[in-house]
Design a protein around this ligand. Structure first.
Ligand SMILES: Nc1ncnc2c1ncn2[C@@H]1O[C@H](COP(=O)(O)OP(=O)(O)O)[C@@H](O)[C@H]1O
Ligand SMILES: [Mg+2]
Length: 280
């Protein structure tokens, strides 16, 4: 196994007029090839911010991110863009499919951007979409697909170029239980088959059944790492009990902040759509 991803005390601080939020607080994490990791934790604990930084879509405030031996901070913006396109596959909560391209074309686009689209590319896109249960939807436009189907197209797009690092933010959010299991199983299979590294943010602990490690975040920090298979199984299998959903709201960490525009009753008012894209 080789180290695919290493973060060294990575932090992200969001600043606005009245508030400073330390969304990610000195996170150090190593992910090896062939490892599939679940990133869990309450809403606001910094999971999406972390993933956006790993996808080289958001610059850390401090700390280093090293992917495949390359320090993201030491690259020029153009190099980072190319690196991201070639080495990283990601799907975010908003799936960002191009509305005028079919499911298959949306997936193939990733290969075309990398100039690696040959005849096999088309076949691989078909295979991958079929594996994700979309074999009969290849030529449909996103508008002709359900939310869950669109999400699966986005997942195929994240995997098509066989990236070293696959990042997925809540990939099962719009899927029914059976589909969710199927998608995450496929995800795990592809990561293990191709010896890649994968990180999936999920609030559905049942999905931990397919992962090798669970990283639990709280207030921007890693609270706990669970590697023991039996413990992971217990977490995944405890789905029938009450209150096991970790996605319970907590008050975000605030630093040097005082109640103001962004605060109400001591809580930060979340942006309507806290998207990592809005600040890059
Ligand atoms: N673009 C942003 N601007 C300001 N604060 C943000 C932004 N995105 C996220 N935050 C804040 O950072 C913290 C972590 O958010 P996020 O990474 O979305 O957590 P999670 O994905 O675990 O719910 C939260 O307090 C959130 O309100
Ligand atoms: Mg999130």
């Amino acid at each position: 196994m080789a180290v695919v991803l290493e973060t060294q005390a990575v932090s992200k601080i969001y600043k606005s007029d009245h508030t400073t939020v330390k969304a990610v607080d000195e996170v150090s994490l190593t992910v090896q090839s062939g490892e599939f990791i679940a990133l869990v934790g309450p809403s606001g604990s910094g999971k999406t911010t972390m993933l956006a930084m790993l996808a080289a879509l958001l610059n850390p405030s401090s700390g280093a991110i090293i992917i495949d031996g390359h320090n993201l901070a030491e690259m020029k913006e153009s190099e980072r863009t190319r690196f991201r396109r070639e080495k990283i596959g990601f799907t975010f909560q908003q799936n960002n499919l191009l509305p005028f391209l079919s499911a298959r074309e949306n997936v193939e686009l990733m290969l075309r951007l990398n100039n690696s689209f040959q005849k096999q590319g088309r076949e691989r896109a078909r295979e991958l979409l079929t594996r994700l249960g979309l074999g009969d939807r290849l030529d449909n436009l996103p508008s002709q697909l359900s939310g869950g189907q669109q999400q699966r197209v986005a997942i195929a797009r994240a995997l098509i170029h066989n990236p070293n690092l696959v990042l997925a933010d809540e990939p099962t959010a719009n899927l029914d239980t059976e589909r969710a299991f199927q998608v995450v199983e496929t995800f795990a299979e592809l990561i293990h088959e191709h010896n890649r590294a994968g990180i999936m943010v999920t609030h559905d602990l049942r999905m931990c059944h397919y992962v090798d490690k669970v990283v639990q975040m709280l207030d921007g920090r890693i609270e706990r790492i669970i590697e023991d298979k039996a413990e992971i199984e217990a977490l995944a299998g405890a789905r029938l009990g009450p209150n096991l959903n970790l996605e319970t709201p907590v008050i975000p960490v605030k630093e040097k902040s005082k109640p103001g525009k962004g605060w109400e009753n001591g809580r930060l008012i979340q942006p309507a759509n806290p998207s990592p894209f809005s600040i890059v």
